[in-house]
Design a protein. Structure first.
Lengths: 755, 132
């Protein structure tokens, strides 16, 4: 699965490399705010954006946002360096960095927004850039399908989220997150609480790949590995977690909230961990462990005790560090050996020492070994699970089993490829360039370093983040060792179970694969069925409505107009047949007879040339009528349009074969045509007569007569209206003219090239 | 079509029609005419040439692709609208020089833009059809 199609020496590389400065500078800037946030809580900035809709560009940097910004920009910087080397030689590499950095900025905007509408805008932006990044290898059908799947699932959730946000605004009258905390009571008591909750959770669950919407995430691994490392482990999928944490003080604490989050989170965690055990593609294994991790975080955000929420935030940090590192490691294995299949890789540790070191550190943190941040995360997790309000048993069991499976997966991912006997593919492997092992090594080392100074991490990062959405007087400190208690006991059980799972992994995998293939109905199949059904309906209705028969189009369009407008006219009941204008002169009557003859010719002739001439007679007659009744501009235009229509018709029609006898329409078609034609004629006549008998408001006419020369310096009122008073309309019209001319050109050329 | 009479007549009439179209564009503000009508007249002139001499002659005579006329026209119309904005007035406000006697103004430029768009659109389709 090499991910570079063609090396193009003309590609310029420095823009991508240079773009690494953006996350780096943001990271440094955010890091300098850490003491300030720790002391004062939050920094805010705002200006009006769409004041009429109550939307402000309102950003707040508090502990939670800060933690996210540091993770996003820090990992973003390392991933940029990594991607620059990983994708070296890709001919669209600059486009990649535009997407990546745009995504990064959207993500930063998302976690800084203090206005729900603003948050939603950034939320959708992350979805869009995720779509572009998953589909980056756009020559591959799998990548395109996966990108579309991610877009439809997360985009659909996003729409529900918008509904939820609008409902919140409707109930409370504000979109500002900081103000909403004062409306918690009102929201909880409102009858719309449940619909709001469902909508918001739909948004968060689709984004964060919670069961049953989890299936898009493993498919999103069609993206280049740097994208998986950044979006689908550390950042974008955490947007849902961020939203849950942000909304926790506003929507959380109710039974509905706690039950849903704990149950969905636990199911997701277990499902992810179980499937991860069954997979053999390293990237797919990691994707499923990500689902498991997201489930764990959701489950703990369902609680309301300080240890539970601390566990969610700590694990968020732990996971972001080890998972991005492991993804980058898998990417470099893929890059250097050309495969990600577990069975094909073994013993490459000696040949790729730095990558191996990074993998080892990340995996130890993932498995929750003492001295690593993962260990502390696991301890606080058990402490949190035991204090859950609802289903503490379920939470503890889910956490225990997931962690044990996680330990086994960590051992599989980090030990098997690097140690043991060398496989054939490993013999040719060499250590990757420094840019590829640098990122994972740094992140892995941070996981170890943070594990050694847990009180520092909790004071500067975790505590401010938790306090940002959970007001409590309780002490929030992380320690390396809490003493001999239940969490430690559970940790020991986890390790033992993990070792057992690792040793029994072959048997476990076979059993799980058999179990998974036996599952009859998956959400992915539901999704596929939905897409197929939608396409089938679209095809069916296109066939019905746009079958290419001009006769049918015209019949439908004119028929609808006649029935709609005519019906309204009859309903109003103001038709008075009669003529109130000056008497019609005799020569005009003769002209009418001429036009009638023209109509007869058009309808009856079998020669196209004669038909065109007949049309010309009718059009010219119309122009003369306009001129007679004082509308020279309209008359002139009519005459000219008529002339040009004739020329166009001549060019097109004369190339067609002559009208033959068997091409003449049948009786029913003729009858229908007659009906439509007479109907539209009657409609226009009826309208004209209705207008004749209606009092016209003369003030507008009077205004134009007055203002035309005085204000617009023109005596031709029609033209002054067109180019001055209503020039915006005219501008719109000429844009339409331009667009239709270019479309016609494309149609004519397309026809030519296809024939 | 290879009629000598048509070709010879077109030389004269085609040129006259184009001059007439410019005149119609110019006088449109005070008398029947204006950008749209002028463009239609000019298009009939070009159509005459197309029928008599073939589309190649028109293409060579234009020197640029007719699509560019559309773009130029849109740019001119919008540019005429922006002039008012420089004076802190709404988009498309008419501006006249000199402001009292009103000899020339942005509406004329706007109308010229309309002329170019409509002419360009008709020629684009006409030439493409004739060549297809």
């Amino acid at each position: 699965m090499k991910e570079h199609p063609a090396h193009d020496p003309s590609t310029i590389y420095w823009p991508g490399r240079l773009s690494a400065l953006l996350p780096l500078l943001l990271f440094i800037g955010a890091a300098f705010q850490v003491p300030e946030i720790q002391k004062n809580g939050a920094l805010a900035m705002a200006f009006d954006w769409v004041p009429s809709l109550n939307v402000r560009f309102d950003v707040v940097l508090d502990g939670l946002s800060l933690l996210f910004v540091l993770i996003i920009t820090g990992i973003g910087f390392l991933v940029t360096i990594y991607a620059d080397a990983y994708l070296a030689g890709h001919r669209q590499i600059n486009r990649f960095f535009v997407y990546l950095q745009s995504f990064l900025l959207s993500m930063v905007g998302l976690v800084l927004s203090n206005n729900l509408i603003l948050l939603f805008v950034f939320w959708e932006l992350t979805t869009l850039f995720s779509f572009l990044l998953i589909g980056f290898q756009n020559e591959s059908a799998t990548a395109r399908d996966s990108a579309r799947q991610a877009l439809l699932v997360t985009g659909g959730g996003g729409l529900l989220l918008l509904v939820g946000i609008l409902l919140i605004g409707d109930v409370t009258g504000t979109y500002a997150i900081s103000e909403l905390q004062g409306h918690t009571e009102r929201l909880h008591r409102d009858a719309r609480y449940l619909p709001i909750l469902i909508c918001l959770l739909a948004g968060a669950f689709t984004k964060s790949a919670q069961f049953p919407f989890h299936f898009w995430l493993p498919n999103a691994m069609a993206a280049p590995t740097p994208v998986s490392a950044f979006l689908h482990s550390a950042t974008m999928v955490k947007a849902g977690i961020y939203l849950l944490a942000r909304l926790h003080p506003i929507m959380g604490g109710t039974t509905a909230w706690m039950t849903t989050l704990v149950v969905v989170g636990a199911v997701t965690a277990l499902w992810g961990a179980v499937v991860a055990m069954a997979k053999t593609d390293l990237k797919s294994v990691l994707a499923h462990t990500t689902i498991m991790a997201l489930g764990i975080m959701t489950m703990f955000l369902g609680g309301r005790t300080t240890p539970a929420l601390t566990a969610a935030i700590t694990f968020l940090l732990v996971h972001a560090l080890y998972k991005s590192s492991l993804f980058m490691v898998v990417g470099s294995i893929d890059h250097q050996t050309g495969t990600r299949e577990l069975a094909e890789i073994g013993g490459i540790g000696r040949r790729m020492p730095f990558t191996a070191a990074a993998a080892l550190m990340a995996a130890l943190s993932m498995a929750g070994f003492p001295l690593f941040l993962g260990f502390i995360g696991k301890e606080i997790m058990y402490k949190g699970a035991l204090t859950e309000d609802v289903f503490p048993g379920l939470a503890t069991t889910a956490a225990l089993l997931s962690n044990a499976l996680m330990a086994a997966v960590a051992a599989t991912v980090a030990l098997r490829p690097f140690w043991g006997r060398e496989t054939p593919k490993a013999l040719t492997a060499r250590e990757a360039p420094w840019a590829i092992w640098f990122g994972p090594l740094v992140v892995g080392a941070i996981g170890l370093g943070f594990g050694l100074i847990p009180d520092w991490v909790s004071r500067w990062l975790v505590e401010p983040a938790v306090r940002a959405f959970h007001a409590t007087g309780e002490d929030i400190t992380l320690k390396l060792f809490y003493g001999f208690n239940y969490p430690l006991l559970l940790s020991v059980i986890t390790m033992t179970l993990g070792a057992v799972f690792y040793l029994a992994r072959q048997w476990l995998r076979r059993t799980l694969v058999r179990f998974l293939t036996a599952v009859p109905m998956t959400m992915e199949k539901v999704y596929d069925g939905g897409v197929k059904a939608t396409l089938a309906i679209a095809k069916w209705q296109t066939r019905r409505l746009q079958n290419g028969s001009l006769f049918q189009y015209l019949t439908v369009i004119i028929g609808t107009t006649v029935i709609g407008v005519g019906g309204a006219l009859l309903h109003a009941g103001t038709i008075r047949v009669g003529w109130s204008g000056p008497p019609v002169p005799v020569w005009l009557g003769l002209l009418l007879v001429c036009m009638l003859v023209g109509i007869g010719i058009v309808v009856r002739t079998r020669s196209r040339l004669l038909a065109i001439c007949g049309l010309g007679v009718i059009g010219t007659g119309m122009a003369v009528i306009f001129l007679t009744y004082g509308a020279p501009d309209v008359g002139l235009t009519q005459l000219l349009v008529e002339t040009l229509t004739l020329i166009f018709a001549a060019i097109v029609l004369l190339r067609l074969p002559p009208i033959e006898r068997h091409h003449r329409p049948g009786f029913s078609r003729m009858a229908l045509s007659l009906l439509v034609a007479v109907g539209s004629g009657a409609l226009v006549t009826g309208l004209m007569m209705a207008v004749q008998h209606t009092e016209v408001d003369r003030t507008i006419t009077a205004f134009y007569e007055q203002a035309s020369y005085l204000k617009a310096h023109g005596r031709n009122i029609v033209n002054v209206i067109l180019v001055d008073f209503r020039s915006l309309d005219t501008l719109g019209e000429i844009i339409v003219v331009a667009a239709s001319a270019l479309s016609a050109l494309a149609l004519i050329r397309g026809k030519r090239s296809s024939s | 079509m290879t009629s000598v009479i048509l070709k010879t007549a077109t030389r004269l009439v085609g040129a006259l029609v184009l001059v007439l179209s410019i005149y119609l564009l110019w006088r449109g503000h005070h008398a029947p005419g204006g950008g749209f009508i002028a463009a239609l007249v000019a298009a009939t002139g070009f159509a005459l040439v197309v029928l008599a001499e073939g589309p190649g002659v028109v293409r060579r005579g234009l020197r640029i692709r007719p699509q560019y006329l559309i773009g130029a026209g849109l740019a001119l119309s919008m540019g005429a609208g922006l002039v008012g904005m420089i004076r802190q007035q709404p988009f498309l406000t008419g501006v006249w020089w000199p402001s009292t006697s009103a000899v020339a103004g942005t509406p004329l430029f706007f109308d010229t833009g309309v002329f170019l768009v409509v002419l360009g659109a008709i020629l684009t389709v006409l030439l493409a059809l004739e060549e297809s």
